[in-house]
Write a protein that binds this ligand. Sequence first.
Ligand SMILES: [Zn+2]
Length: 415
Amino acid sequence: MTDTRVITGAQLFDGEEFRGRHDVLVRDGVIAELRASGTGGTPLAAEASTDGRIVDVVDATGKTLTPGLIDCHVHVATDGAGSLDAFVEPFSLQFFRAARNLERTLQAGVTTARDAGGADAGVKAALSDGFVDGPTLYAAISIMSQTGGHGDGRMASGAHMPMLTGHPGRPDGVADGVDAVRAKTREILRAGADHIKICSTGGVLSPTDDPRHSQFTVAEIEAIVEEAAAQGTYVMSHAQGAEGIRNALRAGARSIEHGIFLDEETIELFLEKDAFLVPTLQAPLAVIAAADAGAALPTSVVAKARMVAETHRESIAQAYDAGVKIAMGTDAGVGPHGENLEELELMAAVGLSTRDALRAGTTVAASLLDLPTVGRVATGYAADLVLFDGDLEQAGLSEARRRVSQVYQGGMRKR
Ligand SMILES: [Zn+2]
């Protein structure tokens, strides 16, 4: 058991900027000290060892040290969302899959994640009790939706989509009207939700609705936001069409998920409300890739994914240029788990600078989740850290996934 660890010589991205080569001292799971490497004087490692504690020295020369990444949109209890295969799976298999998915997510370099529907309080307890390894998880549990909306899994066939099936720890998320959505929000918070996930437009994976159409009225969303705020939390809204995005923003949603169809008026509203955009560029691409690989997806779902992918990239580029706060989210669960850092590659490909894409996955994400001790490499912050091979400032993010070499969570090496 190592009390103290010094990571030496890595190029540091501290959550805001590249800072050049630094040595970082980790003690009791927390970042205790940082110092520029090779500036003369006593090395941090030698100094730390004099207090008699065991020091593990990690020579990270030639690597880049960043905060552990934060994925603001995952579904750890889901695999291949929307696939018709899920209809024949045993109910409880999702929880065993969640354990594996959490492990893969952590191995990918994600030390904190926000679940956007599926994982329940039991999944969180399994993590905090140490039964399974994974990122620190904040969970929406259920997905709130109007009748016939993106989160209403009832099909015209009479079947109910397995991912959204209610159970004792995960209330069914469908409600209509101000009073009913108010009660539903309280019910989901009672089940242990850390935040509330709603759908204010249609989506790609719901076979019968249109991503451009809005869902829930502003009055309904306002009631949900008010109930969440009364319990000290906030609303994240799945929103793809411009009008449904604006409805959610006007009503006070803290983050817009996907944000596929943006226009100037909508981007202005993001800035005015100081809201966050979580692009999930991976999601439509994952649906297309799954379909191309022969997955059993409804044809309407695949057609919608193809329709939105290019528009999505253009919208995110436009929002970035306008200065909208962008936080990293992947929608993992639609695509495979453990490929989360592809989102960094995709954000870089639509024009985010290396610095801003990394900020999206660290400081900006921590600010969205309102977490004061993660997302930075700074004294007093949790020692959640990733080491990448090479100098990311020079190399960029096009191979971010392949470069992940070591992952630390609370000072413990996980990869
Ligand atoms: Zn999602």
